[in-house]
Design a protein around this ligand. Sequence first.
Ligand SMILES: [Cu+2]
Length: 397
Amino acid sequence: MVATSRLVGACIALTSQMVSSAALPPKGCPAQNHGGIPMPKEFQRYQQKYRENLLAVLPTGKCTEETIGIRKSWDEIDDNTRLGYIRAVHCLASKPALTDRRLAPGAVNRLDDFTYIHINQTNIIHGSGYLLPWHRIFLTQFETALREECGYEDYLPYWDNARFSEDPLRSKVWDGSSSSMGGNGLYLKNDHGPYHEILPGVGNGNFTLAMPAGSGGGCVQDGPFQNFTISLGPVAKENIDLTNKYGYKANPRCLSRNFHVKSSEGILTWANATKIVTSPTIHELRINIESLWHKNSHTFIGKEGADPFSTTNDPAFYLLHAQIDRLWAIWQGQDLESRTYAIDGNRTFFGLPLDYAPDVPPSLATIYDRMDMGLGFTPLTLEGMPMTDHDSCFVYQ
Ligand SMILES: [Cu+2]
């Protein structure tokens, strides 16, 4: 027994340092157990190839084997790291917003800066060619804010939903403990869906999104975001208030959720994760991510987390999107040369005309288009594509 536990200890230590050598776990080391459904061998092979290929190109500028950030599953990191992350999120919530009050009078704190620009760009960065690169930069900016403004010492964790596809509440993301993202919202008899939400600004207000009836609907009942006040949004609603179309006015309220387990069961599975990372083309990758993963990850959470505009009000958003970014990363990592800068999709949500630019014809996004990340930062799309260049330097474990 002693020998075995020593071996496991050595294996864990090796696995966390291993990223610098890109080595696979030494023979005799068991696969790490994060609970739930283990990662299938096939997916392990794709993940390993991604890591090997990614680390083989280092150093790239400032990104070296020593400086690369390792992003890990929320279910894998220890409680101290989870608590450190939660503390840093609350810290951002306690710092004043930097967004111009004239743009978003309801932006109160640093988290709202992220929510404001996400709302403002929603009709451009979803169902479009910018989905993946925009959110990659967005996540890195959030991670940097946690680290530089709030002393968080680790990197952005991800929600490894495939491990818990059939029983998502068993993930440490949602177990309701003080080191989780908290659990479901209070069950509201008359307000838990289904909803038909209008997306303002696109398709002349005729575009609606169906949201399933979940098992909550009200304020989050436990965990560190139980008494958490949010301000911007909601935006996608059954009836749009034209005096506050994008929810930029202050609307202080609790964080609500409406868990819908059927959005996860049989969908956010290892089989679909594998289908995504083995997509033969960027077009199929984008369609697979959108249809098999992105929408369902949001509808599982429900309420605030499922509003396409102000979804960032739910702090779990960042874990959800880190997983989407990870799936893209693993796909890119199978062939960095041909896939890093591959782009597919329109310049607007499903190529629909936007209210504020009705004459712009649907057209294809290019890697030379500029994206608006807020606070005056407008990088080229191509800057949001590599994982070890420009402002990116991370690998998913
Ligand atoms: Cu988004």
